[in-house]
Design a protein around this ligand. Structure first.
Ligand SMILES: [Zn+2]
Length: 333
């Protein structure tokens, strides 16, 4: 069973999860896990833990059976667990609490070698609809205060299984970094009566040289202070706090722009590029947090390992100006 521990000096929570030592690790030479043994491949449903939800064209499809478009299962090596006691414990300087939460895996496609760029557009839409559905469902548990949605592709991005999948982790608190984002957005709104993310998007559109593509309500751009080479951000041009609140036409536009983004980073940086994708969502049961937030999505290619200056001091050194990155992306649209 895992637990959260608070680092008083560094002001951050960590998850101590010793059972994850058993999680298989990936070496460069076994990037291609045998399809026969892949727990996420169609036909191998028995190799993954219980099915939580699935999208299937045949409504009569049985649970844990083939015939799905995407599928959500419980993470076998979960960092947190819904059975744990979330009550906090204080022993002098040291704060901890049981590792309560949910850790789910959204298997994006039955295709082992597929990805968001290769999937059909309606499959990418079904993927985003399923992310939306899980956010709505997990929010029903009043103990959950924040839901982190992310994917790791390639060893440099922390991937341990090749088959396309997204992780959904629900916490009984708002992570400190996210809480700081929410506070900055709130203070910006107080000072300017406008949303920080919407202003970043509209000013970037006015300047033009970091914009890669616009579609429906969404804009794809290289952020002004990109911490990593070729970093991309997708943000709406209208108020949308959470993907859970997105209308069907917004999901459709987001699917299209997301697919274009992944295709672009592969076209510019190579088929095997490692990247992290992070949904910055406001889904929360705390009405005071995330009130002025606007949803956005970050796609961060990982071209080098992370140095201590970046991981510990959180100061990035980026050799690629975002204006140049946007220009190179636009050349390959
Ligand atoms: Zn597979």
């Amino acid at each position: 069973m895992s637990s959260y521990r608070y680092d008083t000096l560094e002001n951050r929570w960590v998850i101590i999860a010793p059972h994850r030592l058993k999680k298989p690790t990936l070496k460069a030479h076994d990037m291609r896990v045998d399809v026969v043994k892949c727990p996420f491949c169609e036909g191998n449903e028995a190799l993954s833990d219980g099915e939580i939800d699935a999208t299937a064209s045949d409504p009569r499809r049985a649970k844990n059976a083939p015939g799905w478009i995407n599928r959500v299962v419980s993470n076998r090596y979960k960092a947190v667990s819904i059975e744990a006691d979330p009550s906090p414990l204080q022993e002098g300087l040291f704060s901890s609490r049981g590792g309560f939460g949910a850790h789910e895996i959204l298997i994006e496609t039955p295709g082992h070698d597929s990805d968001l760029a290769l999937m059909k557009k309606d499959e990418v839409e079904a993927y985003l609809q399923m992310v939306r559905k899980r956010l709505v469902d997990l929010r029903k548990d009043s103990r959950i205060l924040y839901i982190s949605v992310f994917k790791n592709v390639g060893i440099l991005a922390g991937e341990t299984l090749v088959h396309p999948h997204t992780q959904i982790v629900a916490f009984p608190f708002v992570p400190l970094h996210i809480d700081e984002i929410f506070q900055r957005e709130e203070s910006y709104y107080r000072d300017h009566s406008r949303h920080l993310v919407l202003d970043e998007v509209s000013l970037s559109i006015a300047e033009g040289d970091r914009i890669v593509w616009n579609e429906g309500d969404f804009c794809l751009y290289a952020p002004f202070a990109s911490g990593n080479p070729f970093e991309l951000r997708i943000a709406p041009r209208c108020v949308l706090a959470s993907l859970a609140d997105a209308a069907p036409e917004q999901i459709e536009a987001l699917a299209s722009i997301l697919q274009r983004s992944i295709a672009l980073i592969k076209r510019v940086l190579g088929e095997k590029v490692a990247y992290n994708m992070v949904f910055r969502d406001a889904v929360s049961n705390d009405p005071l947090s995330g009130f002025h937030h606007t949803f956005y999505l970050m796609i961060v290619p990982r071209l080098f390992g992370i140095s201590a200056l970046e991981s510990e001091d959180q100061i990035s050194i980026n050799p690629m100006p975002p204006e140049e990155a946007a220009r190179l992306y636009k050349e390959r649209l």
